[in-house]
Design a binder for this molecule. Structure first.
Ligand code: PGA
Length: 249
């Protein structure tokens, strides 16, 4: 079986550092690669309690600079790498939607992350309207297009815990809604993503995200086309997240 990945995206949760530490302290290394992207505020405290082998990431980095500069309120790839982060999310639909992140911005973020030595979990996905209009493949291929200039920077093999690039397919309509595509639909989309990536000469694991929970994880984990999961809500519940990790291990 190929390597599987389970990554928790804490989003703007929890309200206290102590609760974030409790979640992180309960994580143990597993046969699948486990990672979490907590609030950037909690990064350093979590780093000090996280078990070896668990990847630590951030949910965002600035597109303005790879390292330093006069960008009030921003946090750079170099700074988070220095604080011990291994990866950053890029392109999450909540960033695209609420912060107007365009392809140009996302591509700058990817360049900065690679420059600083961070892996990138690149999130893509269609809206409900796109899904209803059967435009999913069209939307995803446009979203993947911005990876073209990075192809040569993404090694085929890596001895790192995390590959340099991971794709997370997250239908926007499945995030936080309790709805998911059928397994067959996800497999069809993952197959399409994999074919699109290979035409770009890029090889990356493809995770599914959007309402993954302890109930549906087992069937997703059994699919050879699903390399893991990006988990939001369920990553904030120790027992549910553990069950998802077990399913992919
Ligand atoms: P969800 O979020 O698991 O709560 O649907 C997934 C995500 O946004 O990454």
């Amino acid at each position: 079986m190929s390597q599987k990945y389970v990554i928790g995206n804490y989003k703007l949760n929890p309200a206290s550092q102590q609760d974030a530490l409790t979640l992180a302290q309960n994580l143990t290394p597993s046969a699948c690669v486990v990672g979490i992207a907590p609030s950037i505020l909690h990064l350093s405290a979590i780093k000090s309690v996280l078990a070896d082998g668990i990847a630590l990431g951030v949910q965002d980095i600035t597109h303005k600079s790879a390292d330093v500069g006069a960008f009030t309120g921003d946090v750079s790839a170099t700074q988070v790498k220095d604080m011990g982060a291994n990866f950053t999310l890029v392109g999450h639909s909540e960033r695209r939607q609420y912060h107007g992140e365009t392809d140009e911005i996302l591509s700058q973020k990817i360049a900065h992350a690679f420059h600083a030595g961070l892996s990138v979990v690149f999130c893509i996905g269609e809206t409900k309207d796109d899904y209803d209009q059967k435009r999913t493949q069209q939307v995803l291929s446009a979203q993947l297009e911005l990876l073209t200039p990075f192809a040569k920077q993404i090694p085929l093999d890596t001895d790192q815990t995390l590959p340099k690039l991971i794709i997370a397919y997250e239908p926007v309509w499945a995030i936080g809604t309790g709805l998911t595509p059928t397994l067959a639909e996800i497999e069809c989309v993952h197959n399409f993503i994999s074919e699109t990536l290979s035409t770009l000469q890029i090889f990356a694991p493809i995770l599914y995200g959007g309402s993954v929970n302890d109930q549906n994880a087992t069937s997703f984990a059994q699919s050879p086309l699903i390399d893991g999961a990006l988990v939001g809500g369920a990553s904030l519940k120790t027992d549910r997240f553990a069950a998802i990790i077990t399913a992919f291990s």
